[in-house]
Ligand binder design. Structure first.
Ligand code: HEC
Length: 166
């Protein structure tokens, strides 16, 4: 073996070694404080946080609809719909109770009925359907073994927000 060939062989061995170690490092599971946290995955956000947002948007929806601010009511109703659809999609089970299935059958139809009232710009229809939605929230809490959570139709605006249309 002449010296050029020997160097070339050494070079190849070194490159192969470098490649193998870098690949191994990449596939190693990340550990320590810099590792990506499971909690940051959208699917891993606990249901109760989503419920808090649903609750907040449901209250705001009421004030917007009551003030006949249909553009704003539409925004909140869509938010409720999107969060609900995410819960339906994630296959949430709580102690053998299919929360996702309940969400689909109990809340989404109410959201759609509210959308009709918002599109029609009909305050009376909106308020009636809003009441029915709140009952559905509580019915589902009962069915999910969370009957302790009782939501109500809001009475006064505690938000630092003006819900009027103009
Ligand atoms: C699929 C059935 C279901 C429906 C429909 C539902 N919820 Fe819930 N809700 C739950 C469950 C289950 C919990 C408890 C979650 C947990 O502890 O992990 C909960 C918790 C809550 C909480 C407690 C969180 C907090 O911030 O205090 C509130 C408030 C709430 N829901 C409001 C609502 C509102 C408002 C609606 C209707 C617009 C609604 N929920 C519809 C099942 C449902």
């Amino acid at each position: 073996m002449d010296s050029t060939l020997r160097y070339f062989t050494l070079f190849l061995v070194a490159m192969t070694f470098a490649l193998v170690t870098s690949c191994t490092r990449e596939t190693e599971p990340a550990e320590g404080p810099d590792a990506p946290s499971e909690v940051s995955q959208p699917d891993e956000i606990p249901l109760i946080y989503h419920m808090s947002f649903i609750s907040r948007y449901t209250q705001k929806l009421y004030f917007a609809g009551d003030a006949e601010n249909w553009e704003l009511a539409d925004i909140y109703n869509h938010e409720i719909e999107e969060i609900s659809e995410d819960i339906v999609a994630r296959g949430e089970m709580h102690d053998g109770i299919d929360i996702s299935q309940l969400m689909e059958s109990m809340l989404l139809p109410q959201v759609e009925r509210l959308e009709e009232a918002i599109d029609a710009g009909d305050r009376r229809m909106f308020l009636d359907r809003y009441n029915v939605m709140i009952q559905s929230c509580n019915n589902c809490h009962q069915s999910s073994d969370y009957g302790a959570v009782k939501v109500t139709v809001p009475e006064s605006n505690s938000f630092n927000q003006d819900f009027s249309a103009n």
